[in-house]
Design a binder for this molecule. Structure first.
Ligand SMILES: [Zn+2]
Length: 202
């Protein structure tokens, strides 16, 4: 029996390119995909469209082995980040990210959510965020998006100092700008309670 399905031939989903239909059945069409790494994988169309499968499995392996090593080396433990009481600096970083990307009334919305920068679904939970990025190396570090037009997601983010970030983006770092930015963050961020964000997004 034939079932209706959406033709995905030739389309790209993350690292996967859809080669051909393998079967169509009650649970949906199953597609043969080729990953950028060369592996083949069969994926149900629905899972491609929802973004649940983006590679043959190599992407997740790379990201998690990188983060597992990092977290082990830096002694990150989940319970160091209290959900109640004082928010850790990692928690505040995460809250700021979610706020400026998901809250249209956030002060810096226009530079983030307002221009299409998103937080990946996985990172709408603080526990996932901290598991992926690890402990903040120093107070001078903040989350840097490697591709400045890319989203907040494991493959596009790392802790970096402002100087490193400026260098990465080919800008000259000016001490005055760094001081101004810190002042700005302090003044505007203190207006929001980061814990509200976990209540809404976690
Ligand atoms: Zn792959």
């Amino acid at each position: 029996m034939n079932y209706a399905f959406k033709d995905e031939t030739g389309k790209r989903f993350g690292r996967l390119r859809v080669v051909k239909l393998v079967s169509s059945g009650r649970i949906g069409a199953e597609w043969l995909c080729v990953c950028d790494c060369g592996n083949e994988k069969l994926v149900i169309g629905h899972n491609l469209r929802k973004g649940q499968v983006k590679s043959c499995g190599c992407l997740r392996k790379e990201v998690s082995s990188h983060h597992a090593k990092y977290n082990l080396a830096h002694g990150v433990i989940r319970h160091g980040h209290a959900r109640k009481g004082a928010a850790t600096s990692e928690y505040q970083s995460w809250s700021r990210i979610v706020n400026r990307c998901c809250n249209p009334s956030a002060v810096r919305w226009k530079d983030y959510g307002g221009r299409g920068i998103k937080v990946c679904d996985r990172w709408k939970k603080f526990d996932n965020f901290i598991a992926d990025v690890g402990k903040r190396p120093s107070p001078d570090h903040s989350i840097d998006r490697i591709d400045n037009d890319g989203n907040y997601a494991p493959e596009n983010c790392q802790w970096a100092t402002r100087e490193q970030q400026a260098r990465n983006k080919g800008q000259v770092s000016k001490v005055t700008d760094v001081a101004l930015q810190r002042e700005y963050d302090k003044r505007f961020w203190s207006m929001d309670d980061p814990r509200l964000w976990e209540a809404n997004y976690a």
